[in-house]
Design a protein around this ligand. Sequence first.
Ligand SMILES: [Zn+2]
Length: 397
Amino acid sequence: MDKINVEQMLAIEEPFMKVPLEQLKRAVRHSQKQAERETKDMGSTVSSLIKRPASVEAGEIDGALDGMIDRLKTLKRKLEGAKQEEALLIQRSKQRATQLNELGTFTSSAQPEFERWCRARLDRVLIDYMLRSGHTVTAQRLIESNGLDYFADSSLFALVMQIERDLKEQHVCQSTLQWCADNRSALRKIDSSLEFELRLQEYIELIRVRSTTAAIAYAKKHLVPWSETQMPRIQRAMTLLAFPPDTQCPPYKTMFDITRWDTLAKEFRMVIFQLHHLPSQPLLHLLLQTGLSALKTPACVSEDAAEHNRNCPVCQHGTLGKLAQDLPLSHHVNSNLVCRITGENMNEDNPPMRLPNGYVYSFRSLNDMAAKYGGKVKCPRTGDVFGLAECKKLFIS
Ligand SMILES: [Zn+2]
């Protein structure tokens, strides 16, 4: 009973390890590319200097060399900054690995150390939930008060929030396009069309303000390169030129629809999560659903409200029940009788008692009620009042 199933616990921790590793991979690749680009440029400058005729002015060579020195200094500064970020990500990965490794050292779930570990995990899960939902200040407070900086992906979610705001509120694509450019090869690997959708949006905005010439030039430059995979959509985009923004013609009305910006934000979130191996749902939901799936019975989904149990989270259709909506019914080998009044299990220590009107409640609930109301009990369903002595004990066979 007290044994910890380490493998099962680790199965849901994959994003916890993968996020900093993905960030590290990207950061290293970015610095590498920067260095390669500069080195290549330097190489061509040097060879053109060597090839110059002897008559060339010495001052001109000095100028070119000074320019190279300045560029190298800038590169050095950038690489030093990148190195610091990489060191932080390595440290973050190490701390997370140590945290998960601790799981293997616990021998029982009753150990206070294990309880502490679970408490820290709950904090992590709550931080993940808050950062995803934009409760950044509260999340930051929890991170600071419990020293969980290495366990939170604050910078990643800050970027997500910033870009989503740009799309949904400012209606600008610039920051998202820059992100696409920084992650072009990764986006190509997952066949993402996010960049095309952003380009299409910028094109639509040009048509909205009737800048037809600019829209055509934009389409030639940014939509045509996608013709291999997006030809039908490019053709439709070109036809859009003939329609005013208040058109009622369905496909074109949809293209002018302002909610397209919200769809772009959703698409961006899905893609950035995919690249970082983050699940689309918060971990909090997944963990709660695991518990709820074990509690869901046909009574929980019954249309008859009398069948619902006020102590059952699945029966709370406005709150936790929402998370259980798509879950299958749990498979119970043995049924449990649960008292409608207290929510406690009815068993030999707390036997079910039948009231004269046929309703059944636990002995403990009726006994407590009788102690308060002079030996009388009131059925919460019908309002009938009976003496405790009139209630009959039932035997479960
Ligand atoms: Zn229920």
